[in-house]
Design a protein around this ligand. Structure first.
Ligand SMILES: [Zn+2]
Length: 429
């Protein structure tokens, strides 16, 4: 009953009040879906032409788009010849972007050490919102379904609480030190009866660990959606096992919302109707994600470097959607490099080694790699025999680190920092 009220009354009222053209965009997305996104190239071309012409009216882009050409004719390939928009330039772009068509301003979290603001117009917001619920639909989640949210920011202001009420969601958190507090959280969750979970991967993982420890019964969930932080396969498998429903990975950013979403078959598809994602091939940046937002004309993001390292392939997915697939995602490379004599080693390789060992039956809940003064401390939250784990992990680790950097293996639980994204790698000065 409560979901119906939200689906048919409250959500439409919120969209109307905000000027979001939900119905119109949702209908377009439905047509594209039925077509298996076969026309995605044409859609990108048309949308990109409109973005380029908006950018040509923005003082920031004067002199930057000389090779812009006519996107209607040339497709999207010319983007590779345009300059890359770096995060540090967003302040200037923000100031150059006329405010009269701004519908919302997004503050990015600044986890890369560089918080920025992005203006969003009505088109962009309509596409972002409609796309979100369209993608949820892949997993049977309907507009207005009850969401249990696992989020970094604690709710303090009444405006947040109002927003949560209107959007039919409630926040939960299982990283209290006190067992009784976590148990009260569970009771509240049970009473709330959400349709799905949404939130930071690390916080959802924390909830799964608590459910597992306490042997709590499963809730009837449609899906668990993990976002914002890199999550490893063994962790999604663990969450799936504990909650007994599919775990779906969402990949996006505050600047443009969802860029890729996992389908029913487990492929992480780029949502190419909203952005053109390509990879940098330049030295030092090879494989980094660069994207162009195809909806936001008030502050056009053209060739914007997000900094994640990813492998993108054409889709051969069983689901039949002609949307490219992200095969591997290594997180923000800038924050994940272990300094070595050989110029730096991506921390993901250490993560891969742990993942590989987990596939042999070791039960790792979480791990964290700390770097300090030329040495690594690899902390593992392990259920089971520590000595056996050490024997299994040493050979692959020694191979990867190649004697270039020393390391210690430590066991114990790993704390989360309130209000911050969990990163499996941290540099300590
Ligand atoms: Zn698929």
């Amino acid at each position: 009953m409560f979901s119906y009220l939200h689906r048919y009354v409250i959500f439409p009222a919120v969209f109307l009040a905000k000027g979001i053209r939900y119905k119109e965009v949702a209908a377009l997305l439905k047509v594209q879906e039925q077509d298996g996104y076969r026309n995605v190239g044409e859609i990108q071309k048309a949308k990109l032409a409109s973005i380029i012409s908006a950018a040509n009216r923005n003082p920031f882009y004067i002199g930057r788009l000389t090779d812009g050409g006519d996107a209607q004719k040339t497709g999207t390939d010319f983007l590779a010849s345009l300059p890359v928009l770096e995060k540090q330039e967003l302040d200037q772009l923000y100031r150059c972007s006329a405010g009269d068509r701004t519908l919302a301003v997004r503050d990015t979290a600044g986890t890369t050490g560089h918080p920025v603001k992005v203006r969003v117009d009505v088109d962009a917001l309509s596409w972002q919102v409609a796309t979100r619920y369209h993608l949820y639909g892949w997993h049977g989640i309907d507009l207005g379904d009850k969401e249990a949210r696992f989020w970094g920011r604690p709710v303090t202001s009444s405006s947040y609480m109002l927003k949560d009420f209107l959007l039919n969601r409630k926040r939960f958190c299982f990283h209290h030190k006190d067992r009784q507090q976590n148990m009260s959280e569970y009771e509240a969750l049970l009473k709330y009866q959400p349709s799905y979970f949404y939130g930071y991967s690390s916080l959802i993982l924390q909830a799964a660990i608590f459910f597992d420890q306490e042997k709590l019964p499963k809730l009837p969930l449609k899906a668990v959606i993990c976002t914002a932080e890199t999550i490893h396969t063994f962790q999604t498998e663990f969450i799936e096992r504990v909650f007994g429903c599919p775990v779906v990975v969402e990949y996006g950013c505050s600047e443009s919302d969802i860029l890729a979403f996992q389908c029913e078959q487990g492929s992480l598809h780029l949502v190419s109707v909203n952005s053109v994602v390509r990879q940098d091939v330049g030295p030092g940046h090879e494989g980094e994600v660069i994207y162009t937002d195809l909806n936001n004309r008030v502050m056009p993001l053209i060739n914007y470097r997000l900094g994640d390292v990813a492998t993108i392939e054409a889709s051969l997915c069983q689901c039949g959607r002609a949307l490219p697939v992200i095969r591997s995602l290594q997180g923000r490379s800038i924050n994940q490099l272990i300094p070595t004599t050989g110029g730096g080693l991506h921390a993901v390789y250490v993560a891969y080694a742990i993942e590989e060992v987990c596939q042999r039956g070791f039960d790792v809940r979480r791990f964290k790699i700390y770097y300090s003064k030329g040495r690594l401390e690899i902390k593992v939250d392990l259920v089971g025999d520590e000595a056996k784990f050490v024997a299994a992990i040493r050979p692959p680790l020694d191979k990867i680190l190649n004697g270039e950097i020393g390391y210690d293996l430590v066991f114990g639980s790993i704390p989360l920092d309130e209000g911050r994204k969990f990163s499996y790698f941290e540099m300590i000065d």
